[in-house]
Design a protein around this ligand. Structure first.
Ligand code: AMP
Ligand code: MG
Length: 300
């Protein structure tokens, strides 16, 4: 990758750099503490889809490369009630994701979590965060952004909330992309069914859907953020792990900590490259970072 390649403009990274700065600034102003990323750990996100293993043998055991810091966020909340991390994630996605135009195998998410928060608190925060960052980007790079992406405009609060199952019933299996193409503003998909997600998003009282959400960008850019309220009680976590047919022995590290007590919380993760792609209307996510690595290829 170099700047002479027509696909990547120098300004793209300047916009991205400003976005990272403004997101951090916004969260600090709301009382968040930034913590450092965890890159290797025996404990990482199981994800709800299959990826190739990224483990490093060490000291007679194994470290996994971080797929997300979800569990470290829960543990960090014992020290601080509001935290965020610009978290590098490695997910060795399978080749079927090669042409999605929104998957990298190495990406960064702005991962945040709040003690005692509800889903609604996070939706409200994400709206403010997105609007604040977009306004700051428009102030500094308005001409460039609008030349690159004529559809750029600042969305208004509240973003639309759409129930996952209602959307699926109305539009069929491809509902997310259909809605994303139809809409002109970001919206939230909420109440996602239990089979679609990892064990740690909190189950609602109906026992079918979760108290969680995705942020979907308009103009076909698709999902840009996922999050929810979290399970934090030992018995409920065991039940959810069993529902996923997980081998509890593999989760010793986590379960020991759960037994000591996890704070109740809600949070989310916003992909930085996907946000950059949405802001600038980029055709492919590979143009939203330096040293981009697409599924199924080896690259610098
Ligand atoms: P998740 O909790 O798995 O949805 O991940 C949180 C966010 O990280 C997503 O909403 C995306 O914005 C971003 N993300 C997840 N996987 C990838 C990927 N393979 N490439 C780029 N961004 C990703
Ligand atoms: Mg997601």
């Amino acid at each position: 990758m170099n700047f002479e390649e027509e696909s990547m403009k120098k300004e793209t990274l300047e916009v991205q750099s400003e976005a990272i700065f403004r997101m951090g600034e916004f969260l600090r102003s709301r009382g968040f503490v930034e913590i450092l990323p965890v890159i290797i750990s025996p404990l990482t996100d199981p994800l709800n889809h299959s990826v190739y293993d990224a483990r490093i043998p060490y000291g007679g055991g194994y470290y996994s490369l971080t797929k997300s810091m979800i569990f470290h966020k829960q543990l960090a909340l014992r020290e601080y009630p509001k935290i965020f991390i610009f978290s590098p994630n490695v997910r060795l996605e399978r080749e079927d994701k090669k042409d999605s135009r929104r998957h990298l195998i190495e990406f960064v998410q702005l991962d945040l979590e709040i003690k005692d928060a509800t889903r609604e608190d996070i939706l409200d925060l994400v709206e403010d965060l997105i609007i604040y960052t977009m306004k700051k980007l428009e102030e500094k790079f308005g001409d460039f952004i609008k030349a690159t992406n004529p559809k750029f405009h600042i969305p208004k609060k509240p973003f639309e909330r759409i129930k996952f199952l209602e959307a699926k019933e109305k539009y069929g299996n491809d509902f997310e992309m259909i809605l994303s193409r139809e809409r002109n503003d970001p919206f939230f998909l909420i109440d996602i069914p239990i089979e679609e997600r990892e064990f740690y998003d909190r189950l609602s009282d109906d026992g079918k859907t979760l108290i969680d959400m995705d942020l979907i960008y308009p103009y076909g850019f698709g999902e840009g953020m996922s999050g929810g309220e979290r399970e934090y009680e030992y018995e409920r976590i065991i039940k959810r792990m069993k529902f996923k047919n997980m081998n509890l022995q593999d989760w010793d590290w986590y379960l020991k900590e759960v037994k000591k007590g996890l704070p109740r919380s809600a949070g989310c993760g916003i992909g930085i490259e996907r946000f950059t792609r949405f802001i600038l209307g980029l055709e492919n996510i590979k143009d939203a970072r330096l040293f981009a690595k697409l599924p199924g290829e080896i690259a610098l």
